[in-house]
Design a binder for this molecule. Structure first.
Ligand code: NAD
Length: 312
């Protein structure tokens, strides 16, 4: 039987939160940890493996190098620098795009021909860099996009309405960053549209936008308080990796390549897409109202302006 193998590049807070979450949820036979700090990767592999006796799944966790990517199903990239208090994600672009280019070249040198999942920020730009450098089909290079923002929105709406976030079908679209937005017309609580619920409670879109604002500022708040955010993205990465390995055909707001869809050209940005064993099977194109289309246009323009600052 073919082993399900994942290689993780970057064993910092985000990488190891993902590894720990995957370890607990299972579904992978082999997880290999790679980091520029080899001893860190080795220590993390030992530490996690020591939990195996109490783990519901058998999973081999070791440390390794880029040669291990050759026959991996998925390589997850979380390596790079993270935001400091007050810093935007876009400010990381120069350092992280160089790191991502190097890492991608090393992955491809191994003969890798699977799917690459990216979380390093600014994730839309870094996913673009990884896809262009790897020359893999764009369906096989996927960023976590607005998956974390979407999870935060569902959590916050759940708190507001006292409903389980699982039953909240709401999404954040656009850049994983300050220019993201919520297409409220497409947000449902169970099967009821959120705009109807707001109307019944004498609330307006501006009240809903206050929640979006909290979603937008969540990372800043957490970084101010504890220096980094990692559990939420660790869970999001696990969801995405398992969706691919299990051919889930589930819809997630990933950063994927738009070349015509949503009237956007040659850009990676967060939109809902169907995730299968082959990667992104299909982009779900919802008809945005004029205001939301403008928000997506602005978000893409901001990403394109940022791309101008780096060489790919
Ligand atoms: P961290 O500093 O804890 O970990 C980064 C790791 O990358 C370190 O272990 C470092 O040694 C390693 N690394 C650096 N350069 C490398 C290279 N060339 N090759 C291999 N490994 C290398 O940072 P973190 O908190 O884990 O954050 C990692 C990234 O994830 C950041 O860019 C952060 O902004 C991003 N992030 C993304 C999301 C999201 O929603 N996409 C959420 C939170 C954080």
């Amino acid at each position: 039987m073919k082993k399900r193998k994942v290689v993780l590049i970057g064993t910092g807070f985000v990488g190891m939160s993902f590894a720990y979450s995957l370890f607990n949820q299972g579904g992978v036979n082999e997880l290999i940890l790679v980091d520029i700090l080899k001893e860190k990767a080795e220590g993390e592999a030992l530490d996690i493996s020591h939990g195996l006796a109490y783990c519901p799944n058998n999973m081999e966790v070791t440390y390794g190098n880029y040669k291990n990517c050759k026959d991996a199903d998925i390589v997850v990239i979380t390596a790079g620098i993270a935001q400091k208090p007050g810093q935007t994600r876009l400010e990381l672009v120069e350092t992280n795009s160089k790191i991502a280019k190097d890492i991608t070249k090393n992955i491809m040198k191994s003969g890798f021909n699977g799917i690459i999942v990216v979380a390093t920020n600014p994730v839309d730009i870094i996913t673009y860099v990884v896809q262009k450098t790897s020359k893999l089909d764009s369906s096989k290079v996927i960023g976590t996009g607005t998956m974390l923002d979407t999870a935060r929105l569902r959590y916050m709406l759940g708190e507001e309405l006292d409903v389980n976030p699982i039953d909240i079908n709401a999404i954040v679209m656009g850049e994983h960053g300050d220019s993201s937005f919520v297409p409220w017309e497409y947000c449902n609580i169970g099967c009821k549209n959120i705009l109807d619920i707001a109307k019944q409670k004498n609330k307006s879109i501006s009240d809903l936008e206050l929640i979006r604002n909290d979603v937008k500022n969540a990372a800043y708040e957490i970084i101010e308080k504890k220096k980094a955010t990692y559990y939420g993205i660790g869970m999001a990465l696990t969801k995405l990796v398992k969706a691919i390995l299990d051919d889930e055909r589930t819809i997630l707001t990933v950063s994927t390549y738009l070349n015509g869809k949503y009237n956007e050209e040659d850009i990676y940005v967060g939109v809902p897409a169907v995730i299968t064993g082959g990667g992104v099977r299909e982009i779900l194109e919802i008809s945005l109202n004029e205001a939301d289309q403008k928000k997506l246009d602005d978000s893409c323009q901001l990403l394109k302006d940022t791309l101008q600052k780096i060489t790919i």
